[in-house]
Design a protein around this ligand. Structure first.
Ligand SMILES: Cc1ncc(C[n+]2csc(CCOP(=O)(O)OP(=O)(O)O)c2C)c(N)n1
Length: 274
């Protein structure tokens, strides 16, 4: 039975986040509950699946189904869940270390598989939870950590370009310093049928205090999303990684193409009984 209209705060679990003051992940949490309320999704129709990291703690703070999994493996669990339970809005989330380093393989294949889930990557260009090691998106010359005193010296990769090359059909970027836009992008990602990749610039001011300067470089892209992969490739290779908005959307049939036989097949129905 549909619940009475829920307010954003009704989607919060009541557990107090243990993130540092000023962490960008708060804005993602607030944007997400706003988006869930705007779409009027019942709490028992939403499942949040994460890996490990500060960002991956987010499911605990939302009053929905939640799965705090294994480092880098959230996408694998989320895709399986979405295929078995197409009635759920499945949201995978985690950090840049979780999703692009240890979980990089799952990220690539989730992009090409195009299961109907939303993936929120909270990118603070650092491993926050384990105290500031370099991640795949850390700038080459980031020398603020004793672990990489001269910077990692390795080119960071571009998550949006990687997602595009791997076949993701819907790519957007948000910024934790622009919560209204973030909530709209989250709602649009949830409405998209297929794999939606939302890359969020979510600052870690504890280990990367210089990220407070992001507000000066982030731009809001007003144009319609690019609708062809070749034009999107040009965009993602040329931009500085700070353009926000819905950047690319191209219609592509999700996998599996039709609702799975789970409900109709008595053996599967038994296994997947909610
Ligand atoms: C298999 C495994 N390897 C390493 C770790 C240690 N570990 C926990 S969180 C983390 C990195 C988290 O960084 P990120 O995903 O960027 O999230 P953030 O904490 O910055 O939000 C690592 C390496 C682990 N828990 N499991």
């Amino acid at each position: 039975m549909a619940e009475a209209a829920l307010r954003p705060k009704d989607y919060k679990s009541g557990l107090k986040p243990i993130w540092c003051p000023g962490c960008g992940h708060y804005a993602v949490l607030n944007g997400l509950v706003k988006a869930l309320a705007a779409l009027g999704l019942d709490r028992d129709r939403v499942a949040l699946v994460s890996g490990i990291g500060c960002s991956s703690r987010l499911p605990a703070y939302v009053d929905s189904y939640g799965f705090h999994g294994v480092h880098g493996r959230g996408l694998a669990v989320a895709q399986g869940l979405a295929v078995a339970r197409p009635d759920l809005a499945v949201i995978a989330l985690g950090g840049d270390g979780d999703g692009f380093s240890i979980g990089g393989n799952h990220f690539i294949h989730a992009c090409r598989r195009n299961v109907d889930i939303t993936y929120i990557a909270m990118d603070n260009e650092v491993y926050g939870m384990t105290k500031g090691q370099a991640s795949p998106t850390t700038p080459m010359d980031w020398d603020h950590s004793k672990l990489t005193p001269h910077g990692p010296g390795i080119r960071p990769f571009k998550p949006a370009a990687l997602a595009l090359a791997a076949g993701a059909p819907w790519i957007a970027r948000g910024y934790s310093g622009n919560p209204n836009q973030l909530a709209k992008l989250l709602a649009a990602a949830l409405e998209h049928r297929g794999f939606s990749f939302l890359h969020v610039l979510s600052q870690c001011i504890t280990y990367c205090p210089e990220q407070t300067d992001w507000k000066a470089v982030v731009s809001e892209r007003e144009d319609d999303p690019v609708a062809h992969a070749d034009a999107a490739a040009q965009l993602f290779l040329a931009e500085d990684g700070f353009a926000t908005g819905l950047l690319y959307a191209e219609p592509r049939t999700p996998w599996p193409p039709a609702a799975p036989a789970a409900a109709a097949d008595p053996r599967l129905a038994e296994a997947f009984r909610p």
